[in-house]
Design a protein around this ligand. Structure first.
Ligand SMILES: [Zn+2]
Ligand SMILES: [Zn+2]
Length: 350
């Protein structure tokens, strides 16, 4: 038994106001694990609420869903974990509802209210940016002890990428284009490459192009070169087998449709865009060209497991995606850094 009772955690009280609050930890249930947090990264959704771009999220928000830490204590029914182990966190799931039974844990009945669900003490969110966090063991995934905590906190975003890649049914040797070299674009490119695909990524910001290049990806600078022409050249005029849209804008949708191969092409809608992007496609084209337009969002248990496996085996290099680290006491500075143009993940460390 641990004697941890209280925890400090970050709360978004209003737009551009993040404060540290203290709460008593709820009692550990039989299927739950107490985790000493190592790092919590600021996701686009989080800083979107901070800037006011995502008005659908409510205050006070005990934000944070990209985090990882060490097991401190556990309930009697917890299986497969040990005290002292480093774990990454997926989504809460009951393990019993009709969705969980099919493996669709991202559709679990517990997830209904999403990030707006309210705790007994009146906070929205999942308390990911806390010194100590309690999670059901079903939401945890083993990582390696030597991992940097800010990198370990990538289990959630990498999990969402693994769902998309699973739905795309990539086969080794496929030529895959990723549009956009932000955090999610780079992650998509690295996971597709880990699956044995030949990957090209398009981007216009110099800083992101440099990171993509340093990671050994084929890079097209769209400020200098037309991406559709570049992809046609790269594929000897055939077009890409698959395109992953890691930016949510109409122009990217148009490019994807123009750069895929003639038959059996697949396009993955990975990113959301605000305002909602348009898709200009004639359904006859999808029919005659046997094209697949695939949607993906969030991650199921098997996707988090795959993400943790790729991370443990060091099949993806996350080091370049940690932009900066700030201690919990400087969480407001962390948000200011997270919204700078071209920033990768900013990490709050404990
Ligand atoms: Zn996220
Ligand atoms: Zn469930």
């Amino acid at each position: 038994m641990s004697n941890v009772e209280m925890t400090r955690f970050a709360v978004m009280e209003a737009e551009r106001v993040v404060k540290i609050h203290i709460r008593k930890l709820p009692e550990l249930k039989a299927d739950e694990v107490l985790i000493k947090n190592g790092a919590c990264n600021i996701c686009t959704t989080d800083y979107g609420q901070w800037t006011g771009a995502r008005k659908n999220l409510l205050f006070p928000m005990a934000w944070g869903h990209e985090f990882a830490g060490t097991v401190v204590d556990m309930g009697a029914e917890v299986k497969g974990f040990e005290v002292g182990e480093m774990v990454g966190i997926g989504y809460d799931n009951c393990g019993e509802c009709e969705f969980c039974k099919k493996g669709l844990t991202s559709e679990c009945v517990l997830i209904g209210a999403g990030r707006n669900k309210v705790s007994e003490d009146g906070y929205h969110g999942g308390f990911g940016c806390s010194e100590y966090v309690i999670k059901p063991y079903r939401a945890l995934f083993k990582l390696s002890q030597d991992m940097d905590c800010s990198e370990a906190a990538f289990v959630e975003p990498v999990g969402t990428v693994c769902q998309g890649i699973r739905k795309l049914r990539l086969t080794p040797g496929e030529k895959v284009v990723v549009i956009g070299a932000g955090t999610m674009g780079i992650l998509n490119a690295m996971v597709a490459r880990a699956e044995g695909c030949d990957v090209l990524i398009t981007e216009m910001m110099a800083k992101k192009l440099k990171v993509a290049e340093d990671l050994g990806l084929h890079v097209v600078d769209v400020s200098k070169e037309d991406p559709v022409e570049a992809v046609m050249k790269w594929t000897n005029g055939k077009g890409a087998d698959s395109v992953i849209l890691a930016v949510g804008v109409t122009a990217a949708n148009d490019q994807a449709l123009a750069m895929v191969k003639k038959y059996h092409a697949k396009i993955l809608m990975f990113a959301a865009g605000y305002p909602a992007p348009e898709l200009h496609v004639d359904s006859n084209l999808i029919h005659y060209r046997k094209m697949e337009l695939i949607g993906t969002f969030s991650a199921d248990k098997c996707d988090f497991a795959r993400a943790a496996e790729l991370m443990r085996e060091k099949k993806i290099d996350l080091s370049r995606l940690v932009e900066a680290k700030f201690p919990l006491d400087e969480v407001d500075k962390a948000f200011e850094a997270a919204v700078l143009p071209g920033a990768y993940r900013v990490s709050v460390i404990f």
